[in-house]
Design a protein around this ligand. Structure first.
Ligand SMILES: NC(=O)c1ccc[n+]([C@@H]2O[C@H](COP(=O)([O-])OP(=O)(O)OC[C@H]3O[C@@H](n4cnc5c(N)ncnc54)[C@H](O)[C@@H]3O)[C@@H](O)[C@H]2O)c1
Ligand SMILES: [Zn+2]
Length: 367
């Protein structure tokens, strides 16, 4: 078991990230400790309910906890006003009040939605995050950002609402689809690129076999990877709870990544698009921030070796640039990019010419 403290300025909302293989079986003990005496609602999606949620709620009830299950449909569309409103209505109908609390068990969709509802309900009730995708374990569940989507765009309505606890049970990743695992792995590699060269060495060395043969084992290696990446994110958000420069480093690979996601009409998954964005950022770093060319090659080889893409999809570069232009980080014909000085050290670089990005897309366009 590993415990990562998240110490935020203003003691009242510091909390712990607990990595406990098999810990879902001990959820009752964790909840009794951090939220004693509260009536609880566990929110999840239909798949996670079937795999884990129903059993866990039954077990919690047997242990004497007052807990009910609320389920939403799978997928990004559940991060919406109508679904949030329905959850709030269900909470009211079922007697929730200021003394209640929510448990978000699922991927980033469930985590963001449940956190959002917890932030609003009765002006805010506690939420415990129990992330079940790799992406949610190392990224979405940490940092207190919650959101829903509106027609104008993703995550445009939200609130900061820190969880009371993040409980990670790596064993649940065994049931996660390979493509979803890779989706989260891109964010793990990102943490390595921006601040943890040892994590990169670990991923290209001992941990490589976990992904190479698609045969994920929920042992110490996996726990170690998740712990390092989660600790990296926790360190950044603790230093910089809202949107400051350090938190911006988390956007490594994301400027171009978001544009690729959009231009591909979301056929590329977030992690795939970010992997391509990171490959581009590695090359741009050679030109702009003095990253040795050999290090950029090493970084791209790591991505490829893990099964992540490094080539742009066969889209006209102009379409990708169009999506990039509407990005808020544009300043004239130059863009703000997060680049690397070396593997494990990132900087915010305000001056990447759009031409250079266009040239990269042209040169690295896949078929
Ligand atoms: N709040 C933040 O800081 C933050 C950061 C990054 C991403 N996000 C958000 O996270 C969301 C994406 O999260 P995601 O990638 O986890 O997607 P997701 O929540 O849609 O989960 C992906 C799929 O995996 C399934 N699943 C979840 N756990 C499983 C398990 N253990 N076994 C089998 N199947 C399982 C789900 O049912 C779903 O179909 C996006 O909405 C994004 O905006 C938020
Ligand atoms: Zn991301």
């Amino acid at each position: 078991m590993k415990v990562i403290p998240v110490n935020l300025p203003g003691q009242d909302h510091s909390y712990e990230i607990v990595l406990d293989p098999g810990g879902r079986q001990r959820l009752g003990e964790y909840l009794s400790e951090v939220l004693p005496g509260r009536r609880l609602w566990l929110v999840t999606d239909t798949l996670v309910a079937r795999l884990y949620g129903h059993d866990i709620v039954t077990r919690l009830q047997e242990q004497g906890l007052e807990v009910s299950l609320l389920t939403v449909a799978r997928g990004e569309r559940s991060k919406s006003w109508p679904v949030a409103a329905r959850l709030i209505q269900q909470l009211l109908t079922q007697g929730a009040d200021r003394g209640s609390a929510l448990v978000a068990m699922g991927g980033g969709v469930v985590g963001d939605l449940t956190g959002f509802v917890a932030a609003l309900f009765m002006r805010g009730i506690p939420v415990v995050q129990v992330p079940t995708t790799l992406l949610a374990m190392v990224d979405a569940s940490i940092g207190g950002k919650t959101a829903i989507n509106i027609p104008a765009g993703k995550n445009l309505v939200g609130a900061f609402h820190q969880p009371s606890l993040v409980l990670i049970d790596p064993q649940v990743l065994l049931t996660l689809a390979h493509r979803e695992r890779l989706n989260g792995l891109a964010e793990v590699v990102k943490m390595g690129f921006i601040l943890d060269a040892e994590l990169l060495a670990f991923l290209s060395g001992p941990a490589r076999r976990l992904w190479a043969d698609r045969n994920l084992e929920p042992g110490e290696l996996l726990t170690e990877i998740i712990a390092r990446a989660a600790a990296g994110k926790a360190g950044v958000v603790a230093a910089d709870e809202r949107e400051g420069d350090r938190r911006r480093l988390l956007n490594f690979g994301h400027t171009l990544g978001h544009a690729l996601e959009k231009a591909s009409h979301f056929r590329l998954k977030h992690g795939e698009a970010v992997a391509i964005g990171m490959a581009a950022a590695l090359d741009l770093s050679v030109a702009r921030t003095g990253l040795p060319a050999a290090a950029a090659q090493e970084g791209k080889a790591l991505l490829t070796g893990l099964g992540l893409p490094v080539q742009a999809p066969p889209l006209p570069p102009a379409e990708v640039l169009q999506a990039l232009m509407v990005d808020k980080k544009k300043q004239g014909q130059r863009m703000v990019f997060v680049l690397l000085r070396r593997l494990g050290e990132a900087v915010v670089h305000p001056e990447v010419p759009l031409d250079m990005v266009a040239a990269w897309l042209e040169k690295n366009r896949g078929t």
